[in-house]
Design a protein around this ligand. Structure first.
Ligand code: ATP
Length: 197
């Protein structure tokens, strides 16, 4: 699996649609200060479902929509194309397109191969692949320093994500919550039963 291309339209400094093709191997992005290099990385994190605006250097959601003194966009859209010929992502397609669109009214739209999905579906698709928004495939300025000074619990989380056990842990937590709910329901039914008989 590798990133094939990135399409950005109306996101941060990119007022018009641009497309970046990545080749297999190493791609370097160079440019003067303030030209938008980090905005490209922000776009990748954002399309993968980043919810923390601090992580993508914005104060609130609409900050990511392009605006300037004489022109503003009504939406921001990012489309990430992934080569999945090795089937690392569990969808039986060679190319997977993940997209996110944010409208000025704050509505977000997520899609996988053109179909509307929930944010949860995008997170689950990338969980334990090393790519998701919480994975360490995007290392921004200052992140290495933050990792080194992390607590033992945070370092354990990083290792669990890399080892691929995070997905199982999340499923276990979900199952435990459901079990707790069922237990409560059984208890309630028990009370009603005692009252009736
Ligand atoms: P450096 O080399 O200094 O780290 P860079 O190439 O990584 O710079 P970025 O930080 O990606 O540059 O881009 C910063 C630019 O993006 C700033 O000029 C900022 O005004 C612009 N920008 C950020 N958000 C928006 C937005 N919503 N609309 C228009 N421009 C924006």
């Amino acid at each position: 699996m590798y990133l094939k291309s990135l399409e950005i339209n109306g996101f941060k400094s990119f007022s018009e649609k641009i497309e970046i093709e990545f080749i297999k191997g190493i791609t370097s992005i160079v440019g003067p200060n303030g030209s938008g290099k980090s905005n490209i990385l922000d776009a990748i994190l954002w399309v993968l479902g980043e919810q923390s605006y601090k992580s993508i250097r914005a104060k609130e959601s609409r900050d990511v929509i392009f605006h300037s003194a004489n022109k503003s966009k009504n939406f921001a859209e990012v489309v990430l194309e992934i080569d999945n010929t090795d089937r690392q992502l569990k969808i039986d397609e060679n190319i997977i397109k993940v997209s996110r669109k944010l409208f000025k009214d704050g509505k977000n739209e997520y899609r996988i191969n053109g179909n509307k999905v929930r944010l949860k579906d995008i997170s689950e698709l990338f969980l334990d692949t090393g790519v998701g928004k919480s994975a360490y495939s995007v290392i921004g300025q200052g992140k290495v320093e933050r990792i080194i000074s992390s607590s033992t619990k945070e370092i354990r989380d990083i290792i669990e994500e890399a080892a691929g056990v995070k997905k199982i842990k999340l499923r276990k937590e979900e199952a435990e919550k459901k079990l707790e709910k069922v237990k409560n329901e059984i208890e309630k039914i028990g009370y009603v039963e005692t009252e009736l008989f």
